[in-house]
Design a protein around this ligand. Structure first.
Ligand SMILES: Cc1cc2nc3c(=O)[nH]c(=O)nc-3n(C[C@H](O)[C@H](O)[C@H](O)COP(=O)(O)OP(=O)(O)OC[C@H]3O[C@@H](n4cnc5c(N)ncnc54)[C@H](O)[C@@H]3O)c2cc1C
Length: 292
């Protein structure tokens, strides 16, 4: 399904972002590969999963956005304690399905409000676990619509990053998990969700952690130390509960949020000498020509 001038505020967890020229929701992986093969080579392409780690600017996105969130999910138990998941499948579903299937190792995904594709692209992680630690294989598609499979071990990964060729994206992954005969994974999911609810402003419009943790420290601790909790630019506010979260408390624009990110970054650099590196990906055009 293709839409034109689609407001990206409908597809991001911050609920901000101008319109995409074209917005394509593939039915499944075959549809997606066929669409890419037929798309003129000059058309810019941007991928989006559940939009929980992107700030789309108010001027929107030129070219075509491929949205995997509305694709048909593929989630299956495979031999050798592995689980196969398509790129648009929600991480929380993967965590619950794996635990119900008697497998442990994907519990950390339960509270990450992203898709499998987004988790692969970001090397999403929580509570000491990371996505690429459990990746056995991935399926990729390139700009020409050709599909390939690669072993997870072939990718160089790090904290919230993976090296992947430009114009190559993840169609799905096969995750290697451990047997969980006592059903501890389901209990651990409940514990991790409770810990999250106690320490993070869950249920608010945010992108999770705005900044990566610097080596040996925590971005939230530094932002708090600089007295920035509650600091606001328009309706964009640094959370009182967790200083590394910026909340859209009303009708913030992407420009409000970006200005607040810059203010926090500058203040922390001036007061501590540490330059925080954004974890959130800022994309699209500035200005209001393609407003929400
Ligand atoms: C309340 C909250 C809590 C969060 N907690 C955590 C946490 O504990 N740990 C953590 O790591 N993150 C956390 N996040 C951030 C976010 O959920 C993760 O980064 C998640 O993996 C992003 O997935 P997504 O589908 O939303 O990706 P999007 O935001 O849609 O996209 C993020 C990036 O991935 C790329 N991308 C998306 N799909 C694909 C694909 N199939 N192939 C290639 N590239 C792709 C996009 O182009 C973009 O560059 C949190 C966010 C929120 C709102």
């Amino acid at each position: 399904m293709i839409k034109f001038d689609e407001p990206m505020s409908r597809h991001t967890s911050w609920k901000v972002g101008g319109a995409a020229d074209r917005f394509f929701v593939p039915a499944d992986e075959d549809d997606l590969a066929g669409f890419l093969a037929a798309l003129p080579a000059s058309e810019p392409v941007t991928w989006i999963g559940l939009g929980s780690n992107v700030l789309v600017r108010d001027g929107g996105i030129r070219g075509t956005v491929i949205s995997t969130a509305g694709m048909k999910d593929r989630l299956e138990l495979l031999p050798g304690n592995t689980v196969g998941a398509s790129c648009g499948t929600a991480c929380a579903k993967v965590a619950r399905f794996s635990a119900r299937s008697g497998l442990a190792g994907a519990e950390f995904m339960a509270g990450i409000p992203g898709s499998v594709g987004g988790a692969l692209a970001m090397n999403a992680g929580a509570f000491g676990a990371e996505t690429w630690n459990i990746v056995e294989r991935v399926e990729l598609v390139n700009r020409a619509g050709s599909r390939t499979e690669k072993a997870g071990a072939r990718f160089a990964t790090g904290y919230r990053r993976v090296d992947v060729a430009a114009n190559e994206w993840f169609l799905g992954a096969r995750l290697r998990l451990e047997p969980d005969p006592d059903g501890r994974a389901q209990i651990r999911i409940s514990e991790l969700l409770a810990r999250r609810a106690a320490t993070q402003p869950t249920g608010r419009f945010s992108c999770g952690s705005v900044f990566k943790n610097p080596e040996g420290d925590f971005a939230g601790r530094l932002v708090d130390q600089c007295g920035l909790k509650g600091f606001a630019i328009g309706p964009a506010v640094v959370s009182d509960k967790h200083a590394n979260f910026i909340i859209n408390t009303g009708k913030a624009s992407a420009a409000d949020i970006e200005a607040l990110i810059l203010h926090v970054q500058t203040t922390v650099a001036q007061m501590t000498g540490i330059r925080l590196d954004p974890e959130v990906r800022i994309i699209g055009e500035t200005g209001g020509n393609k407003q929400q």
